[in-house]
Design a protein around this ligand. Structure first.
Ligand SMILES: Cc1ncc(COP(=O)(O)O)c(C=O)c1O
Length: 369
């Protein structure tokens, strides 16, 4: 029978959980690429460009572009040293987004459930849905921190995975250690995404708990404090056993030579890393102090390279400020999530000039209201 006579079309063969998701919208990133003069305060990028050492290593690596990349063991060894772990406990992939996807696929099969306390980074829900799983969204406490009692109450026979973020995006708050321990004690595989942990005033990773909890998986990225988002390097820290399963699931040779060179040379220039993070933290403090002087708004204290602002008490819809700023060449991020009110937006910490321009235009917007 020729295909044109078939009663069903090719799309009918697509698995239902892929059909039901919408393509993740990256228009905000494309807008910034298409308008190079815009202040990119929307995606929690590091405003520091890569060091000269990183750039030179990348150029050198590009000369070997005809060859298949190495297996990543030298990068895994360097990352392991940061936390006094073994290379066998480090899994690397193309950005922590891919790490999150691979973790999801080793635990979730159609019909399984993952628990995700909100508000948080939207990608966990997407990856779980794409693996055929469903998510249990846990609403937060009044102050938008995780409601751990509620998380524990929702664990059931179908629960296969739990996602926590520390510090959380978009709130910026740090997860109390006791809360994490209560969750880990359930034995459910638990991801703690530490995308921003290096930016805490006193960085404190939960990786020390790996010795006690084989169900803990720490996820990290080199896109934020390490400042190489464009090179897409993320990693996880877990037991050797879990890491072995992650490696089985990973696409072979998925990290290119150039990306690996960027990561290794960034790790080799630790002074540059410390210098840029000290500056980001200073600028966060300065921006926070300036924002705190503005009456009527609520600014969430943040341990990341961003700040969440709520204009709800002024009765202002954040869409207005986001578009006002964009008209003035400043791109921030609307946080139009159901668990947050209409007044929420997030601004990434930029360099001093960018932060000044943002403050100036934000105050101007408020004074015109
Ligand atoms: C909490 C969190 N996890 C993961 C990521 C993704 O990072 P990567 O660039 O490593 O994919 C982000 C990016 O904004 C994030 O905020």
């Amino acid at each position: 029978m020729s295909s044109k006579h078939r009663a069903i079309g090719v799309e009918d063969f697509i698995v239902p959980w892929v059909k039901k998701v919408k393509l993740y919208n990256t228009n905000h990133i494309m807008y910034a690429w298409n308008h190079p003069s815009v202040d990119r305060l929307m995606s929690n990028e590091n405003f520091h460009p890569p060091s000269e050492h990183v750039v030179n290593s990348v150029v050198e690596a590009a000369r070997k572009g005809n060859l298949y990349p190495q297996d990543g063991m030298s990068l895994r060894e360097k990352l392991a040293k940061l936390d006094n772990l073994k290379a066998e406990q480090v899994f690397i992939a193309n950005g922590s987004l891919e790490v999150i996807d691979v973790i999801t696929r080793i635990f979730i099969s159609p019909g399984d459930e993952a628990i995700i306390p909100f508000p948080t980074y939207p990608m966990y829900e997407l990856r779980v849905t794409l693996a055929g799983g469903t998510v249990q969204i846990i609403s937060p406490k009044k102050d938008l921190t995780y409601d751990v009692n509620k998380v524990l109450e929702h664990i059931n026979r179908k629960t296969r995975l739990l996602f926590l973020v520390n510090p959380n995006n978009p709130i910026g708050n740090v997860l109390p250690e006791n809360d994490l321990i209560r969750v880990l004690d359930t034995g459910i595989p638990t991801v703690v995404d530490e995308a921003y942990y290096e930016l805490e005033d006193e960085p404190r990773s939960m990786s020390f708990l790996l010795r006690l909890y084989p169900n803990l998986i720490i996820v990290r990225t080199m896109s934020k404090a390490w400042g190489i988002a464009g090179f897409r390097i993320g990693y996880s820290l877990a037991s050797d056993r879990i890491t072995d399963y992650l490696n089985r699931m990973r696409i072979t040779c998925s990290i290119g030579t150039v990306n690996m060179a960027a990561a290794i040379s960034a790790l080799d220039t630790i002074d540059y890393f410390h210098k840029q993070n000290t500056e980001t933290k200073e600028l966060r403090k300065e921006l926070g102090e300036e924002l705190d002087k503005i009456g009527g708004i609520h600014v969430f204290p943040s341990s990341g390279n961003f700040m969440l602002i709520d204009l709800g008490a002024l009765g202002i819809n954040a869409e207005e400020v986001v578009s006002y700023l964009l008209q003035n060449n400043i791109q921030v991020r609307l946080m139009n999530r159901p668990e947050l009110g209409p007044g929420f937006f997030r601004v990434t910490i930029g360099n001093r000039e960018q932060n000044k321009r943002f403050l100036h235009k934000f105050r101007e917007f408020l004074s015109e209201k």
